[in-house]
Design a protein around this ligand. Structure first.
Ligand SMILES: Cc1cc2nc3c(=O)[nH]c(=O)nc-3n(C[C@H](O)[C@H](O)[C@H](O)COP(=O)(O)OP(=O)(O)OC[C@H]3O[C@@H](n4cnc5c(N)ncnc54)[C@H](O)[C@@H]3O)c2cc1C
Length: 470
């Protein structure tokens, strides 16, 4: 138990990060402690990534790497195997560690974990699920007061920002800034032309949705370099491919040296018949440290020159999804364009767009009914129009990290204010901490920070932590 009086902890954001943190806190808290999980969308446990209802939107990570618990890597696969027969029948293949399952199913897994802990383990008195938007955090003598959109105010000792991926830009008629909005494709005639801005994983989601609804018209996908995410290999047998083990831990002293090392190791892995993917996966345990070792200048150089290449090799897509994308490309329906928009004019029912291709080729004119921004979540918190962020920035409680990847935090998640000092009672987890960790957007990394932050917020001896994961 966390002390005789107990404490109240608010978690703002009930996506994967906030829900998993709540789960771990519940394992640690005593009868006097309270956890408030505040989510504005009623989608506890799902967040942006796992609320898709399209069963062809698959996880881009193999099921064997998606356990909510770093020390029980097979937990998600075991949960999948325990599904009802009719649910199992809807999966393309029997659940196993190397497979890719629908993202919505992963959301259900997180909801199940949380629900199980609350109801089966009788923890409902410790956890309040609050459906509302947190619009401000006011300083109290001790702790914070969370102001909700409906006007309620909740006094807490500590607060955690788990507000996740910032929403994409706003929408105007025919232009959809939010590709995950259920209305992004609504009313689109199946033979009309669509332009996606971005050629990464979000574009892939959008194209899969278009194909699923029988779209026959042309789909243009535009990005500066026109790079498609690479694909995970189909595996033989049921074992996960073993990541490369570096003989000597790579060091982040120089970006150029690091790049040379990665390239040389990829060549070695290729020569051994293991392929480059195991090297990228083998970097994973080192990536956060490497990022922190690199100077700010080197990190900025990485973002400027290497990031697009890193992203497509690191964030790969499931083979069955890529097959559909390549089929659409080979049939001529999907055209990948390299360049930028030179002009965009509204016309009845859509847009006339001029694309300036890379490499000085002649401009390309397109007429499209709809433009969908698939460039991914935004990261510059100073440009996000959300009441909570605006208030925290205005009052200097948070500040953007120097590269505008999110907000600045210490390695333990403590939020750094405008005065450069780390708070002792305000923390952040998940994608908004990317400036400090870089490799922190996916489940295998977020789950570790949830475990560590829970241990810091409610430090109890290991024997008192509820032993069972579910
Ligand atoms: C489309 C997509 C697919 C992905 N696929 C994978 C994958 O296959 N495998 C993988 O490992 N990772 C994947 N990821 C990475 C993903 O970011 C993480 O896995 C994880 O979902 C991040 O969770 P989160 O809770 O931090 O953020 P989010 O999922 O964004 O959740 C944040 C929540 O906070 C709420 N919120 C925000 N502000 C407030 C406020 N002021 N008051 C109340 N509530 C608020 C939001 O409504 C939201 O529900 C994917 C990401 C995306 C965007």
């Amino acid at each position: 138990m966390a002390g005789q009086e107990g404490k109240t902890i608010a978690i703002v954001g009930g996506g994967f990060s906030g829900s998993l943190l709540a789960f771990h806190l519940l394992n640690r808290c005593g009868p006097q402690d309270r956890i408030l999980l505040i989510e504005r969308n009623r989608r506890f446990g799902l967040g942006l990534a796992y609320s898709t209802g399209n069963s062809n939107h698959l996880l881009n990570v193999r099921a064997g790497n998606m356990s909510a618990f770093s020390e029980r890597p097979s937990h998600f696969v075991e949960w999948l195997r325990g599904l009802q027969a009719e649910e199992l029948a809807q999966l393309a293949e029997p659940p196993g560690p190397t497979g890719f399952v629908p993202r919505g199913l992963f959301g259900r897994y997180i909801q199940h974990l949380l629900g199980d802990r609350i109801w089966r383990e009788g923890r409902s008195r410790q956890l309040d699920l609050v459906t509302d938007e947190a619009v401000a955090l006011h300083r109290r003598d001790r702790g914070w007061e969370v102001e909700l959109a409906m006007g309620r105010r909740l006094a807490v000792d500590e607060a955690v920002l788990a507000i996740g991926n910032f929403p994409p830009a706003g929408s105007t008629p025919g232009y959809h800034g939010d590709p995950w909005d259920a209305n992004a494709l609504a009313g689109l005639a199946p033979d009309r032309a669509v332009l996606t801005l971005g050629t990464g994983l979000t574009m892939i989601d959008t194209v899969i949705s278009l194909l699923d609804r029988g779209h026959r018209g042309p789909i243009y996908a535009l990005s500066r370099r026109g790079l498609l995410p690479r694909v995970h290999l189909r595996t033989q047998g049921g074992a996960l491919p073993a990541p490369w083990v570096f003989e000597e831990a790579p060091r982040g002293t120089s970006l150029v040296k690091l790049l040379r090392l990665v390239r040389a190791t990829c060549r070695e892995a290729e020569a051994q018949g293991r392929g480059w993917r195991v090297v990228i996966d083998g970097l994973r345990p080192h990536t956060q440290r490497l990022w922190q070792e690199l100077s700010l200048r080197e990190r900025a150089r990485f973002l400027r020159h290497l990031r697009p290449w890193w992203d497509v090799h690191r964030h790969r897509t499931a083979p069955q999804i890529m097959e559909r994308i390549l089929e659409a490309r080979d049939s001529g329906q999907l055209r990948l364009l390299t360049g930028r928009i030179a002009s965009k004019d509204r016309r009845p029912g859509g847009f006339a767009v001029t694309v300036a291709p890379r490499g000085g080729l002649p401009p390309l004119s397109l007429v499209v009914d709809r433009i969908i921004d698939c460039s991914g979540p935004r990261t510059d918190c100073t440009k996000i129009d959300q009441p909570l962020l605006r208030q925290l920035l205005r009052e200097g409680r948070i500040r953007p990290d120097p590269l505008r990847l999110g907000i600045e935090v210490e390695p333990d998640g403590a939020v750094v204010g405008r005065n450069g000092r780390a708070a002792t009672d305000l923390f952040a987890i998940g994608p908004i901490t990317k400036g400090t960790f870089w490799e922190i957007v996916a489940v295998p990394d977020i789950r570790v920070t949830c475990e560590q932050l829970a241990a810091r917020l409610i430090p109890v001896p290991a024997a008192q932590v509820t032993a069972r994961a579910s």
